[in-house]
Write a protein that binds this ligand. Structure first.
Ligand SMILES: [Zn+2]
Ligand SMILES: [Zn+2]
Length: 338
């Protein structure tokens, strides 16, 4: 089978690999689609270190079970995965904080993931509830968003909200946040330099969108009378974005630095200023089992619109072009298919 292998920083290759063989309890998934995540791009750039190359990347996958050695899993079921395989017994795992487990193995990070024709889900993952099944009414084009939506739902639960929110970045995550913010009844502003992405945000219900020019920011501050209650930064948190977040939030408001940061980026804050500004600073990342289950339910209910998000498809053979496409911010979500 063909697979996209992350070999080392700045090195991605298409490989011919044997179809994974199963042992007792394992499941073989034939991949239908797999989304390219910003974290995959960051790993390739060397900005994040939680990947263990060489590995087949890809954790936003949709597929069909084609072989099962597990008594609870049937051939033909449409599935995705909770990509964080953890021990299942430590206090973190017992409290649905699997991401803080000391023995985590990430699908598409440490063990082979979805940028391939087939993927093996190990018995341990099935036994700990990490194989997620959906009815056939959820097409792969929507199922691949189960994990990103789960990340956003987790963040929505953690973030402090009042009436208004500004979302930085209209990538797939920012556009999911836009829809969740509107569902939560918030006045939703979106800031994004790329016009084609702002246009999508408008079709998905953003009340107002802005580019990030100084004129646009001045206009934003006028309209919001000095800032919004909440800022969610769902773009790369480089210095200019961090500064922008503080320009957009009102005194006493909350900033959630959801996006990844470039390697070595720091937050420099004068504590006395922070004290009197009363800002609530936080970060949310990844998902919980509960947020993935909520995500699954929303997909089944067709509560969100993913159609304008899935813009660019590439076969595995053109995996390098797919990564270039995603890295350049072309379209919105780039996906890979066998
Ligand atoms: Zn992801
Ligand atoms: Zn654990």
């Amino acid at each position: 089978m063909k697979a996209i292998v992350f070999e080392k920083i700045q090195q991605l290759r298409i490989h011919e690999k044997p179809i994974p063989t199963l042992t007792t309890g394992d499941v073989l998934i034939e991949i239908e689609l797999c989304g390219i995540c910003a974290s995959d791009l960051a790993a390739l750039r060397g900005d994040v270190s939680d990947y263990a190359p060489p590995v087949v990347m890809g954790h936003e996958l949709a597929g069909i079970v084609v072989e099962s050695r597990h008594p609870d899993v049937k051939i033909g079921e449409r599935v995705t995965v909770n990509p964080m395989l953890s021990c299942g017994v430590c206090p973190e795992c017992q409290n649905d904080l699997d991401k803080y487990c000391n023995t985590i193995a990430g699908i598409g990070h440490d063990i082979d993931g979805g940028y391939a024709e087939y993927m093996r889900m190990p018995k341990h993952g099935v036994d700990t509830g990490k194989l997620i099944r959906v009815p056939d009414s959820v097409p792969p084009e929507e199922l691949l968003f189960l994990e990103p939506l789960g990340c956003c739902l987790n963040a929505m639960q953690e973030t402090l909200f009042k009436n208004s929110v500004a979302i930085l970045g209209a990538g797939p995550i920012g556009l999911i946040f836009t829809q969740l913010a509107k569902r939560a009844g918030l006045t939703t502003y979106l800031l994004e330099p790329l016009a084609h992405r702002r246009a999508v945000a408008e079709t998905l219900g953003a009340d107002l969108t802005f580019d990030t020019s100084s004129e646009a920011i001045a206009q934003f501050q006028d309209i919001t009378h000095g800032g919004v209650d909440t800022v969610i930064s769902s773009t790369t948190n480089k210095a200019s974005v961090i500064a922008l977040a503080f320009e957009l939030v009102r005194r006493g408001g909350c900033v959630n630095f959801f996006g990844l940061a470039p390697d070595g980026e720091t937050l420099n804050i004068n504590l006395e200023e922070l004290h009197y500004a009363g800002h609530k600073l936080m970060a949310s990342w990844a998902f919980s089992r509960a947020s993935l289950e909520e995500s699954r339910q929303l997909l089944i209910e067709k509560a969100l619109n993913f159609e304008p998000l899935l813009t660019d498809r590439f076969p595995i053979e053109q995996g390098l072009a797919a990564f270039d496409n995603a890295g350049a911010g072309l379209g919105v979500k780039t996906v890979v298919h066998p």
